[in-house]
Design a protein around this ligand. Structure first.
Ligand SMILES: C[S@@+](CC[C@H](N)C(=O)[O-])C[C@H]1O[C@@H](n2cnc3c(N)ncnc32)[C@H](O)[C@@H]1O
Length: 248
């Protein structure tokens, strides 16, 4: 199945509400469990940045699991951000969790660098996938943890529909449609590996962790990166390729 891009931002009020109400307990807890497993040596206290945090469910799960960390989330859609900010208030975590509007690659994070940069289900939304990996270079401190999780595009439409039926049987139609479109927009592991290589992050590891998810993880290298737009073979318009000038 060829990749079919979907709209970048989830900025419909109804869409953001349906997404916030959906039962993501299993996949979101799985995301946290995977992060813990592949980055077992995160310090007791630190700073983390969640890219494309949506309504903040994983941001908050991380903050609760790592009670001595400051956690910031960037989100481009005001409707999603509003849901996320309300969730932070409900959780009483305003002192440690801050969500801000930033439409990547524009926008600023509250801090210049973080000890951990993570995201869930952002990559397949981006018009230019390199924006995710550029964001790692931009905000991950030298040696910082990097953790990304996203969907894997299935072989065909029938499998995509079967996954929707299996995992979103009881969800509203708007959410089932979004899930189907997300599966069609998702990248496969070889495609992500190509992006990592092109962005100077080829040392990060990647593996499938379910019938529909992969994870990327590792440490941000200490070398700086330079743009190499002449050496890009991603077939993505406007992609910038990064080549690290030094790696450790
Ligand atoms: C599928 S949701 C995932 C939300 C959250 N990470 C989660 O796992 O629940 C993807 C989110 O990324 C946001 N997004 C997409 N493109 C973005 C961009 N360029 N900058 C910032 N946020 C973006 C969307 O608005 C949406 O809220």
């Amino acid at each position: 199945m060829q990749r079919i891009a979907e709209p970048e931002l989830m900025d419909g009020v109804e869409q953001a509400f349906a997404y916030t109400q959906a039962d993501f307990e299993a996949p979101h807890q799985h995301c946290l469990d995977c992060l813990r497993q592949v980055l077992p040596d995160l310090p007791r206290a630190g700073t983390a940045l969640d890219l494309g945090c949506g309504p903040g469910d994983i941001t908050l799960r991380f903050a609760k699991a790592y009670p001595h960390w400051q956690v910031h989330g960037l989100e481009g859609a005001p409707a999603m951000l509003a849901q996320g900010m309300a969730a932070v208030t409900r959780a009483g975590l305003e002192g440690r969790v801050k969500l801000v509007q930033a439409y990547l690659p524009q926008g600023e994070a509250p801090l210049a660098q973080y000890d951990l940069v993570f995201s869930n289900s952002l990559l397949h939304h981006l018009a230019d996938p390199m924006v995710l990996w550029q964001s790692v270079h931009r905000w991950a401190a030298p040696g910082a943890g990097v953790f990304m999780m996203d969907l894997m595009r299935p072989e065909g439409a029938a499998i995509a529909q079967a996954l929707v039926d299996q995992y979103a049987a009881d969800e509203p139609e708007i959410l089932r449609r979004d899930f189907y479109q997300s599966l069609c927009a998702a990248y496969r592991i070889p495609e992500v590996q190509q992006q990592l290589q092109a962005s100077g992050l080829g040392h990060l590891q990647i593996k499938p962790v379910s019938d529909r998810h992969w994870i990327v993880w590792g440490r941000h290298s200490q070398g700086s990166a330079t743009i190499n737009s002449a050496n890009c073979n991603l077939k993505e318009p406007n992609s910038m390729c990064y080549v690290p000038s030094a790696k450790v």
